[in-house]
Design a binder for this molecule. Structure first.
Ligand code: BDR
Ligand code: CA
Length: 324
């Protein structure tokens, strides 16, 4: 079991990623940190606790982090994820579990000062990570791996023509992390996550195979389906964050190239990832940019874990039904 900390802003697709991570036998989630992004940070924290409750993993500590980006006003993605971040399902919370009293930034700065056997998967804006790095510049070098869902290389942006939301939301944090982490950033960006479309057919398959899980997925993705239809005329929804977790578990899922990457912080291209693939800047590569993804393999693994089914069964069904 590889140890991971997940930094997130749930969010519908963060929730799917958390459920997947918590149920995956290959990884041990040692802590979860939250950051403002899709929703204000206190709502993200509540949604993490909802996931832990659902998976019966209330033993995992949750650390609440930054409520605002480093230097820019906070703009949530509640238009995409609903006011509660979970598609306006407003599921009640039964547990009285709260976030730990330590701030996520302090937790990350001290955890990675000591431990060198843990990876970090970032599913939201990089505010906590940049702030922790400012406190302790060594932490990046101590991470086993650092995987970030964010950015884009050739695909267009999802909140401006050129920018992906996580890096756009806090461009200064993203720029800081790319410049100072001192560790390869495995960037799972829109080039690959856009391929992961959770369609009505896949959803219906989930409901047939595992009604309880399927109906939960149906409830939390309804709002996301509607948003995708209105915004992009996509039938279904793009689920970005679970791919970062799946790729962390199985590197075969995505392929890419190494490059030096910088993030623009201002103006009309705010949040854009400038990927120097052809080495104009002659700088040491700081990132591994994912460009290709095995979508079928992703859905096999993702659904097997979420629906508690054999991967072989899912594979056969998806092939026979020509979905995924
Ligand atoms: C990213 O932004 C958020 O809306 C999603 O949760 C994902 O992390 C995609 O651009
Ligand atoms: Ca997210």
């Amino acid at each position: 079991m590889r140890k991971v900390i997940i930094d997130c802003d749930p969010g519908i697709d963060d929730t799917l990623a958390l459920l997947f991570a918590l149920k995956s036998p290959e990884i041990e989630v040692v802590a979860i940190t939250t950051v403002c992004g899709n929703v204000p940070v206190h709502l993200g924290t509540e949604n993490v606790i909802r996931c832990l409750e659902r998976c019966d993993r209330l033993d995992i500590p949750v650390y609440q982090g930054s409520a605002t980006p480093l230097n820019t006003p906070f703009i949530s993605a509640q238009d995409t994820h609903g006011m509660d971040g979970l598609g306006e399902t407003n599921f009640p919370l039964v547990t009285d579990k709260q976030a730990e009293t330590i701030h996520a930034v302090d937790f990350l700065a001290s955890y990675f000062a000591e431990q060198k056997d843990t990876s970090l998967i970032a599913l939201g804006p990089l505010t906590n990570i940049a702030s922790a790095l400012q406190k302790n510049p060594q932490i990046g070098k101590h991470m086993d791996r650092f995987v970030s869902m964010g950015g884009t290389y050739k695909s267009h942006g999802n909140c401006s023509p050129v920018a992906e939301y996580n890096y756009w939301c806090d461009p200064d944090a993203a720029a800081y992390v790319f410049e100072h982490l001192g560790q390869m950033i495995e960037m799972v960006g829109l080039d690959v996550t856009r391929e992961i479309v959770f369609t009505p057919t896949i959803l219906e398959y989930c409901c047939q195979l595992a009604p309880e899980e399927g109906n939960y997925l149906k409830a939390i993705t309804r709002f996301y389906f509607d948003f995708h239809w209105q915004q992009e005329r996509v039938l279904g929804c793009v689920i970005n964050d679970p791919l970062a977790v799946a790729y962390f578990i199985d590197e075969q899922l995505c392929q890419g190239f190494t490059s030096y990457t910088a993030v623009e912080t201002q103006g009309i291209s705010r949040g854009q990832t400038l990927v120097d693939r052809y080495d104009f800047w002659q700088k040491k590569p700081n990132s591994l940019i994912m460009t290709d993804v095995d979508t079928s393999l992703f859905f096999r693994k993702f659904l097997a874990v979420l629906l508690h089914a054999q991967e072989e069964l899912i594979k056969n069904d998806l092939e026979r039904l020509k979905i995924g």
